[in-house]
Write a protein that binds this ligand. Structure first.
Ligand SMILES: [Zn+2]
Length: 397
């Protein structure tokens, strides 16, 4: 994760806050538009339409016109992304943003000269309408930065996070296909039987978080103490976010390096078909309450993992319909609703196959990907290929 502590001067801070205000204003307008929408009406405006409306609003409103159009457009883009995550059931519905909460904006079309190092521990980034803002050069800035996001946490600290599109990882050329299933108890299960665990709050940290939340409930509104507790909670959460993002980077690189084809379920369909087992948005009856604390964390991590895989293994990610993946026996193919003994274990009553339920699902995803690939005349399973699979042979997401 390339996140750096931004050190604006007080003038610059005022200008940055103005960008945040614009981003928040535009975001909230988008939320309002979608809140007005009712079933049966014409669909709420999409990104393109909203951009057109933004142009109109800027023409009529001097305050808005004075701001950066990039900041405002990117807020709309964020909103569009949030809505699609919502429909893909990986995230909650985007809501109203309040001042001081999750403040930030994004700048795109960053040129190579817009980020520079001025000394061993100091860098500078060029922010539209603000100028060169210093940041702590705590590690190397990735090459090929395409965009960055500036954020202000509740404690009032500023950060800049640079995004570079990762270099594709070369395929191993073994013809191997892996199925990856999003688990509830573990973050992801592979068809090879391997379980991958995204870091979540460790026990000690979780206890500390609960303690802080109790303290927060007791602290008086607007008090100094309340502010301090809030800041401590924000720090704890930010630390965990960093660790999870790091995990996503390592895991996506590892999968792209080890397998030629990576099969995942199509999230948009997944939300609708897996109610029996429980989806992230609507956990089934068997999902323990304890999982609740991690559910959102795992969900957002999963979406990011798939997005990163598609960047690092372009054309090698197959998205398949998850219908029955959790109820089908990966050994004999029978669909058996009763085979799911618990959240964790699967036992086929027809052939006797028993195993971890998430691994069973991952194996089904792998099988489905195999059919999808060979139906299109490419990549016969189990036979090594010595070249990269061709993009057009695969269902690409
Ligand atoms: Zn079976």
């Amino acid at each position: 994760m390339s996140r750096y502590r931004l050190q604006p001067s007080s003038d610059q801070e005022a200008a940055l806050l103005e960008h945040c205000r614009h981003a928040r204003y535009v975001w909230n307008l988008a939320v309002e538009q979608h809140a007005c929408w009712m079933p049966g009406r014409k669909s709420a405006p999409g990104f393109a339409e909203q951009c057109r409306q933004l142009t109109e609003a800027r023409a009529e409103n001097e305050w808005l016109r004075a701001g950066s159009i990039t900041v405002q457009q990117q807020a709309l883009k964020d909103f569009a992304q949030a809505m699609s995550s919502f429909f893909g059931r990986t995230q909650r519905k985007p809501t109203w943003r309040r001042r001081g909460q999750g403040e930030g904006f994004r700048i795109v079309a960053v040129k190579p000269g817009d980020v520079r190092r001025v000394s061993r521990s100091v860098g500078e980034v060029k922010v539209p309408k603000v100028g060169w803002v210093r940041f702590r050069w705590s590690r190397a800035v990735p090459t090929g930065v395409k965009s960055y996001r500036v954020t202000r946490d509740r404690a009032g600290r500023w950060h800049v996070a640079f995004a570079a599109i990762p270099q594709p990882v070369p395929a191993p050329g073994t013809g191997e296909v892996v199925g990856v299933d999003r688990g509830v108890a573990v973050s992801a299960a592979l068809s090879t039987g391997q379980m991958l665990n995204a870091p979540t709050l460790r026990d000690a940290k979780r206890a500390r978080l609960l303690r802080l939340l109790r303290k927060l409930a007791r602290a008086k509104r607007g008090s100094n103490r309340r502010g301090k507790v809030k800041a401590a909670i924000a720090r704890l959460k930010a630390h965990e976010t960093d660790r999870r993002k790091d995990w996503v980077e390592k895991t996506s690189t590892d999968l792209a390096r080890r397998f030629d084809v990576i099969a995942v379920e199509d999230l948009k369909i997944a939300g609708m078909t897996r109610s029996a087992r429980g989806t992230v948005a609507e956990p089934g009856r068997n999902v323990r309450q304890k999982a609740g604390l991690n559910r959102g964390i795992l969900a957002s991590g999963w979406g990011r993992l798939v997005a990163r895989l598609e960047e690092k293994a372009p054309g090698r990610v197959v998205k398949i319909s998850p219908a029955y993946t959790s109820q089908r026996c990966s050994a004999c193919g029978i669909v058996d609703r009763q085979a799911r003994e618990s959240q964790a274990s699967f036992r086929c009553r027809s052939c006797g196959y028993a195993g971890n339920a998430d691994v069973n699902a991952a194996r089904n995803i792998r099988h489905a990907a195999g059919h999808a690939v060979s139906a299109r005349g490419g990549l016969p399973l189990g036979r090594p290929v010595n070249r990269e699979p061709q993009r057009d042979l695969l269902f690409c997401g």
